[in-house]
Design a protein around this ligand. Structure first.
Ligand code: NAD
Length: 385
């Protein structure tokens, strides 16, 4: 009996929606004769998606995103017939070559994450592109001004309500909480936690820490959103009061310089700062670390914790140098498999819709069709009854 299995096998077994779609695709083969070019993180959860597309008859040519390519996922996919053009790199030029290699294969469908593939396609258009999908809001914003040039069906996954509540609200909160515990091994009970930003993600973060017996306050620049936090039962102190009293500060805004060196004088001794927003600029890490007040900087190698000792004796702890705490540091797992399974089931169904002619050029940069949302929601509920 072969007992060898990998984390990617575990993820695939746990991705039950994609598993059910793969069984269906095995007979329907919606992508027969088509090449799908993908530019999305090469990690275990996306591997489950790419292999489902391949079972649906596609030739899949795949690259990743900047800095996130996992070599074991590349090996796993390559061994199963996916053509991967990627290497783990933080060099945009090197990554750009991989994107070009994907487009040189002249895919019929593109699965994009951030608009990289569609923007490059416009630089050198070719015959036969049917359309595809875009995963993110940032990609949608980049592609919207290019609608007239693209004139192809492109369905935006992030604009599905399922993606909004399953991943952004529920999963980000859980994984930021899980990452705080994993990185620090510190209790959350009775701790004063301030969450900056009460959008979809911040709501989940605030709820998860409240459920873990923290005293959670919310700071949001939008008064209407702050009112919502207030009515949801969170403390909504003035920013300066929240900063002074917090044991843990979490940024979840999408904006830069949310916590800055100006806050240094006010932060509580022992405060832990972490970020869950996309860019590592929400906490002004560079100005914090190089501040004159810092007399000693201690970094625990490979643990994602650095401690800044201040002249006046206070210590400020920073997690993952301000990078997304659930995707950085030791053993980053990211959002739950189920939340990603939901999002990737939307991907598979949307690509099927475009491949089979169910969307046209009037569907250029539009949300997931509501009947697909309903189908995925029903399937998930049936599998979980
Ligand atoms: N870590 C992850 O796995 C993960 C997953 C999804 C999204 N994200 C990222 O999380 C961030 C938030 O996403 P979202 O969907 O909740 O966004 P959102 O736009 O729904 O909410 C952001 C909130 O932050 C508030 N805000 C903006 N600047 C602020 C400031 N300086 N101080 C306080 N509040 C401020 C806004 O008013 C808004 O209410 C984005 O960067 C997004 O890319 C991370």
């Amino acid at each position: 009996m072969n007992t060898d299995t990998t984390r990617i096998d575990w993820v695939r077994q746990s991705s039950r929606l994609l598993g059910a779609i793969a069984v269906e695709f095995e007979s329907t083969k919606p992508f027969r004769g088509l090449t799908i070019g993908t530019g999305i993180h090469l990690e275990p959860k996306t591997a489950a998606l790419l292999l489902t597309l391949a079972i649906g008859g596609a030739r899949v040519v795949a690259t990743g995103n900047l800095s996130s390519t996992q070599p074991e996922t590349v090996d796993y996919l390559t061994a199963r017939g996916i053509e991967v053009f990627a290497q783990k790199t933080t060099d945009a030029a090197v990554h750009g070559q991989s994107l070009s290699q994907i487009l040189e294969q002249k895919p019929h469908l593109l699965l994009d994450n951030g608009g990289d593939l569609f923007v490059r396609y416009l630089d050198a258009p070719y015959e036969g592109l049917l359309g595809g999908t875009e995963e993110t809001t940032s990609g949608r914003m980049r592609l919207e001004p290019l609608r007239q040039q693209l004139e192809l069906p492109i369905l935006v996954i992030n604009d599905s309500p399922i993606k909004q509540f399953a991943e952004n609200r529920h999963a980000v909160g859980q994984s930021i909480f899980e990452s705080f515990m994993r990185l620090t091994n510190r209790s959350t009970n009775g701790k004063r936690v301030t969450v900056f930003g009460y959008g979809a993600c911040g709501k989940g973060v605030a709820a998860c820490f409240r459920n873990a017996f923290s005293l959670v306050s919310v700071v949001d620049t939008d008064p209407v959103t702050t009112l919502e936090a207030h009515l949801d039962g969170f403390a909504t102190p003035l920013r300066q009061d929240a900063v002074k009293t917090a044991d843990i500060i979490i940024t979840q805004t999408g904006a830069a310089d949310v916590v800055t060196a100006d806050d240094f004088d006010h932060l509580k001794d022992g405060v832990i700062l972490l970020n869950g927003g996309h860019f590592p600029t929400e906490i002004a890490v560079d100005t914090l670390v190089s501040n004159d007040l810092v007399v000693k900087r201690q970094v625990i190698d490979g643990e994602g914790i650095e401690s800044l000792h201040l002249r006046d004796g206070r210590i400020i702890h920073l997690l993952c140098h301000g990078h997304m705490a659930n995707l950085a540091g030791p053993r980053p797992l990211g959002n739950s498999i189920e939340s990603m399974d939901l999002g990737f089931a939307l991907q598979a169904r949307c690509l099927e819709r475009v491949a089979t002619g169910g969307a046209d050029k009037t569907d250029c940069i539009v949300p997931v069709p509501t009947d697909i949302d309903a189908m995925i929601a029903t399937d998930y509920l049936v599998l979980n009854r």
